[in-house]
Design a protein around this ligand. Structure first.
Ligand code: AMP
Length: 547
């Protein structure tokens, strides 16, 4: 017997319709590429998203055709999120920090038909357009009078003239909720990039889950600043969850330095911000140097790479901001776990609470997780056993676009498919996940494993250290030993011996790095994460002093 409830597919267009009807005057504020601050509302976004949909209907596109963006976080990008997906096309957000050859490869693989770009990426478009035969129209996200003459880019139009003449009326089509809505290529350190192809259903379920009180705790009273780019797993789903709750969104545009982000947070009464640790490192540095405080910010979600405990403490103790440590990945839309305390933890002393908060947190309803050993046997949730982390759920990929890389899933005895995350983790009896490492970054020393994340967390807790990255280097007896590459804070001093001494009592003796390498900068990849592959290349001639 089937239930007798209405059969209404979960479609992204319903989010923007809801936001317009119930929170139509909710603000959307954007720092533009032009440098000024632009203000609109959910109603304004909805109206222009319908113009986008009408403009797309005039382009002889097929259902599910891919429309690409090379754009910062801003209102026009948000209009494309809804206009493209809502009208049945697939929004392909491209990371502009990739190499032009990679961008061309990705655009060809996705068979993008139209590419919309912020003017700051014009040089990139000029470099790639000839290599992207499927793209028949290039749309610069600007007013008609800002369109550069003689750009050399064929079929180039301005966004404002493209949508300007279109009607603001549009009936969003109804179709299967499993239809593709957007796509994002993984940063992929090996092999060709692979794309996660999200559906309307997966995006909607993720939007509900992300807003929950024990996840991002979003409400109509929030002013939300996604520093995490809209080209990095849909800004962790915030553009969708924000419409669902009707909160204010503040988009930082291209200005991601500590000063600009801080000023925007203060000027727009931001209560909640989201980003990777490197962004917050810059902002905290700026605040410390200038003795600044927040007036409204009360929480921030930090993920994408491990958030050092020193950053959690700095936010909490110096600025009264709660850090929600989150873990996820492109293949997971991206949220998997998020760290909030349970009721019984509230009475614990601050140190014991910090021990919990530094973990990546508890699974969000919808995500099943388990850790397994090398033979695929499930390991206990005792907080000690570590193994490969597998996940499954309705917003986790079952395969990559065009079947790239074959079937990625691992089947259990019941035949259910689990996605191997490539991360190594422990899970404690309370269900708190702690990522030990990427499996390829874990350091294998004399048959034991050392977590590079743990070694980095200790280094950045030293007052003189701005950034740290731990890698394993060859050792004739132990196979691998850890070394730590560090960047010092401006005008701060610390010697190799002092830093190594700082490790004593904070980790087992055999886990203390064998050496410290002082560097000017640590290579950062396109999504703001430390690029260990590049660091290993840079240090390829390095020899341990003990060998
Ligand atoms: P991406 O798909 O580029 O977002 O990368 C996903 C990977 O980033 C995960 O598989 C983890 O290795 C890493 N990651 C994400 N969040 C965290 C976190 N909070 N702590 C440690 N690693 C993380």
């Amino acid at each position: 017997m089937l239930g007798l409830m209405q059969d209404q597919p979960l479609l992204i267009s319903s989010l923007i319709e809801f936001a317009e009807r119930h929170n139509g005057d909710g603000e959307i504020v954007s720092r533009r590429v032009e440098g000024d601050i632009h203000r609109t509302t959910w109603g304004g976004i909805a109206s222009r998203a319908r113009q986008v949909a009408n403009a797309l209907d005039g382009e002889q596109l097929l259902f599910s055709d891919r429309i690409a963006t090379l754009a910062w976080n801003g209102y026009r990008h948000l209009e494309l999120y809804y206009g493209v997906s809502g009208s049945g096309r697939v929004l392909h957000t491209i990371n502009p920090r990739l190499h032009p050859d990679q961008i061309a490869w990705i655009a060809n693989h996705a068979e993008d038909q139209i590419l919309c770009f912020d003017l700051s990426f014009l040089p990139l478009v000029q470099a790639v357009h000839a290599k992207c035969p499927t793209i028949r129209k290039w749309i610069a996200l600007c007013d008609a009078d800002k369109l550069p003459a003689d750009s050399g880019v064929p079929n180039l139009v301005s966004y404002e003239s493209w949508i300007g003449g279109q009607s603001t009326a549009y009936d969003w089509p109804t179709f299967d909720e499993n239809s593709a809505s957007s796509m994002c290529y993984t940063s992929g350190t090996t092999g060709n990039p692979k794309a996660a192809l999200y559906s309307h259903r997966s995006t909607m379920l993720h939007a509900y889950a992300a807003a929950l009180p024990d996840v991002m705790r979003l409400s109509a009273r929030d002013s939300v600043l996604p520093v995490v780019p809209m080209f990095h797993v849909n800004a962790w789903g915030i553009p969708y969850s924000a419409a669902l709750v009707g909160c204010k969104i503040v988009f930082p545009g291209p200005a991601l330095d500590g000063k600009s982000v801080y000023e925007l947070i203060e000027a727009e009464g931001v209560t909640f911000a989201a980003g990777v640790p490197t962004v917050w490192q810059m902002m905290l540095g700026h605040m410390q140097a200038n003795g600044l405080k927040f007036s409204k910010l009360n929480r921030t979600v930090i993920g994408g790479s491990a958030c050092p405990p020193a950053m959690i403490t700095a936010f909490q103790e110096n600025y009264n901001v709660e850090v929600l440590h989150a873990w996820g990945m492109t293949e997971m839309s991206p949220l998997g776990t998020l760290c909030t305390l349970k009721n019984k933890h509230l009475a614990l002393p601050p140190d014991a609470q910090l021990q919990i908060r530094m973990k990546q947190g508890r699974a969000i309803f919808g995500v099943d997780m388990k850790i397994v050993d090398g033979a695929g046997k499930e390991l206990p949730w005792d907080g000690k056993a570590y193994g490969d982390l597998l996940v499954k759920g309705p917003w986790i990929v079952k395969e990559y676009f065009k079947g790239e890389g074959g079937d990625p899933l691992i089947r259990d005895e019941q035949g259910r498919g689990w996605f191997p995350t490539g991360d190594v983790a422990t899970i404690d009896p309370e269900g708190y996940l702690q990522i030990t490492d990427r499996s390829k970054d874990v350091i294998k020393s004399g048959g034991e494993w050392i977590s590079s994340i743990e070694i980095e967390n200790i280094a950045v807790a030293h007052p003189a250290i701005a950034m740290a990255a731990c890698i394993g280097v060859y050792h004739p007896k132990w196979d691998e030993r850890p070394i730590i590459a560090v960047v010092k804070k401006p005008n701060a001093e610390v010697t190799r011996e002092e830093l190594l001494k700082f490790y004593e009592g904070k980790t087992a003796k055999w886990q203390i790095p064998d050496d410290v390498v002082f560097v000017e900068a640590i290579p950062i990849g396109a999504t703001g994460k430390i690029l260990k592959t590049r660091l290993r290349e840079l240090l390829k001639d390095y020899k341990l002093p003990t060998c």
